[in-house]
Design a protein around this ligand. Sequence first.
Ligand SMILES: Cc1cc2nc3c(=O)[nH]c(=O)nc-3n(C[C@H](O)[C@H](O)[C@H](O)COP(=O)(O)O)c2cc1C
Length: 147
Amino acid sequence: MTKIRILVGSETGTALDVADALEETLTANNCSVAVAEDPSLDDLQHPDEVLLICTSSTGVGDFPSNINPFVIALNDTPPNIAGRRYGVISLGDSSFETYAAAATRLDGMFSDIGAVRIGEPLFLDALETFTPDKDAITWVKQWVTLL
Ligand SMILES: Cc1cc2nc3c(=O)[nH]c(=O)nc-3n(C[C@H](O)[C@H](O)[C@H](O)COP(=O)(O)O)c2cc1C
């Protein structure tokens, strides 16, 4: 059984709703799922888990406040997650110049410390979709086959 930990960054709840929808789908697809609503470095302490970043951007390309402490800690004291597999889901709005900046930066930080992204990121653009949870479910069914 594949173990997946979803690291949520959400300012107004949309990314958290997506993560909850994914938990249901992944569980039905023979995965065990933990949703980290307030991620911390402790969430990286399980080498057998695949990580799934699911974060929006806020402000001017900023991280949502619930995931910001995690990002700071990741930057200050990078853990050894070399070889760890992860995926990326971005929620954003392409009318912002800083479109998808938070997820893109976190993707880069994970890559810089040797984690290995599986598949291409999913970009959920609020200008293009009113059903990010359904779009994410479609994407994750494909993503999970890559693990
Ligand atoms: C004040 C504010 C700032 C935002 N800044 C950005 C941004 O810099 N880049 C981006 O891609 N989307 C931005 N967005 C759009 C959000 O990321 C998008 O609406 C997302 O679905 C919100 O998810 P959440 O409810 O999980 O925070 C912003 C939205 C708001 C309300």
